[in-house]
Design a protein around this ligand. Structure first.
Ligand code: AMP
Ligand code: MG
Length: 413
């Protein structure tokens, strides 16, 4: 049985970035650039004014004060840019091109206007308040490296570089299949013996949050034919995630059907809890993640095992969840042999992350999942982890500062 790290390593070794596509810049947010982007021109494209003021030649302003004749007005966006002769200045607005014959800008605040003349009361240095052509980005240099994620800043830069279409890695289309005769869809009336198919919706949301596109396949019933039909449909996508039906029960058919379709199982069962019965197989290069059905197991295994794989498929360089060091606020007990991920709430106190048990830890308990801020990793061989121990925390959301009134001790099983 692989450890958690080994299982994640096996999964990541079996997935690779999908192909590339060009998308309109306005759709590129969150995507990963698949090629280096080279600047086709300088930024700024021409010397321009950084201030509202007067464009001058510094050599004309050696005495203080200096008087220059105002010979024109240059607003931003103006295309005419007549040369300025010796002893003259042009009133210029921020962003307007520096006219020939000038090499500096004097801000309005440092001048006085006297009729058709401007009086400059300060020394003027060449290039002052001038944004020099190419000083931000020089033509021909790399603006973005392949593998960079597009954030609003990258959108701005790509727009400034005239990139209406951006080469990015393809979005993964991820099929989601729930299995089980007990399942009903959201909207059907709940009744005894039936369970709402919540996994499909939490998985779809998690897939979307990872930047991929979920494809909901509905429910496979607990017979071979239904599983086979639905799983084949799912294999048209880039990846297939199934939930439930992967343990050792009589009606647990996912692995059997995956094998009958020709998928090669890479592992079944991992030394982690929750998520112990997870299976991973590959069908014609496509990953099949068979996650346990208890809702918490499904979400935790998605976060720690599936999401890194999807991120890699979509070209991301950093694919592992951000782990931080934290301090357990309470004693924890566990059985040896598996890495346990317990759901914790986290507060920042004196610069450290302090982890509190989020409540009942059984994998069927959804409410602790909504309360938790992080998953705390309790080492494989440990049986008792005393309060104050340092643990790794996989943060699931931003955490708040702890107020003194909130400090309390609860017991964590
Ligand atoms: P199984 O692996 O089929 O034995 O399912 C394990 C547990 O997870 C059972 O209690 C199921 O009712 C529950 N479960 C399975 N699939 C889902 C689902 N799609 N949504 C919510 N709970 C589920
Ligand atoms: Mg089942």
């Amino acid at each position: 049985m692989p450890s958690f790290e080994e299982a994640r390593g096996i999964i990541l070794a079996h997935v690779a970035p999908l192909g590339e596509e060009n998308v309109p810049l306005s759709d590129a947010l969150g995507r990963v650039v698949s090629r280096d982007i080279i600047a086709p021109w300088d930024l700024p494209q021409y010397d321009n004014s950084a201030m509202d003021g007067y464009a001058v030649h510094a050599a004309d302003c050696t005495s203080v004060p200096t008087r220059l004749m105002i010979t024109g007005f240059l607003p931003a966006g103006g295309e005419e840019c007549p040369a300025v002769t010796v002893g003259c200045a042009v009133r210029i607005m921020t962003g307007a091109p520096i006219p020939p014959g000038c090499n500096a800008v004097v801000p309005i605040e440092e001048t006085e206007q006297a009729g058709d003349q401007v009086v400059i009361n300060q020394k003027v240095l060449p290039k002052q308040h001038v944004r020099i052509k190419g000083s931000d980005v020089a033509s021909g240099t790399q603006v973005l490296l392949a593998g960079s994620q597009v954030r609003p800043a990258e959108i701005g830069m790509l727009a400034a570089m005239g990139q209406a279409l951006v080469p990015v890695y393809r979005k993964a289309r991820v099929a989601i299949l729930s299995t089980g005769d007990e399942l009903i869809e959201l909207g059907e009336s709940p009744r005894s013996g039936k369970v709402i198919n919540s996994n499909a919706l939490s998985l779809a949301a998690a897939v979307r949050e990872a930047g991929a596109e979920p494809v909901l396949l509905g429910i496979a019933r607990d017979n071979l034919e239904s599983h086979s039909d639905k799983m084949q449909e799912g294999l048209c996508c880039d990846a297939l995630i199934t939930s439930a039906g992967v343990s050792a029960g009589d009606r647990d058919l996912v692995r059997e059907v995956a094998a009958s379709l020709g998928a090669e199982e890479q592992f079944w069962k991992i030394g982690m809890k929750p998520g112990g019965p997870t299976a991973f197989s590959v069908w014609q290069g496509k990953p099949i993640f068979s996650l346990p059905g208890n809702p918490v197991s499904t979400m935790v295994t998605f976060e720690l095992l599936v999401k890194p794989a999807l991120l890699k498929m979509m070209g991301h360089k950093r694919v592992l969840p951000p782990f931080v060091k934290g301090i357990l606020a309470e004693d924890a007990h566990k059985k040896p042999g598996k890495l346990h991920f317990i759901r914790v709430t986290v507060k920042k106190r004196h610069g450290r992350h302090v982890a509190y048990c989020a409540g009942e830890q059984h994998t069927a308990i959804l409410s602790t999942m909504t309360r938790c801020d992080a998953l705390a990793a309790l080492p494989c061989d440990a049986t008792f982890i005393p309060a104050g121990s340092e643990v790794d925390l996989a943060l699931l959301r931003e955490v708040d500062l702890l107020s003194e009134a909130e400090v309390g001790i609860r017991c964590c099983a």
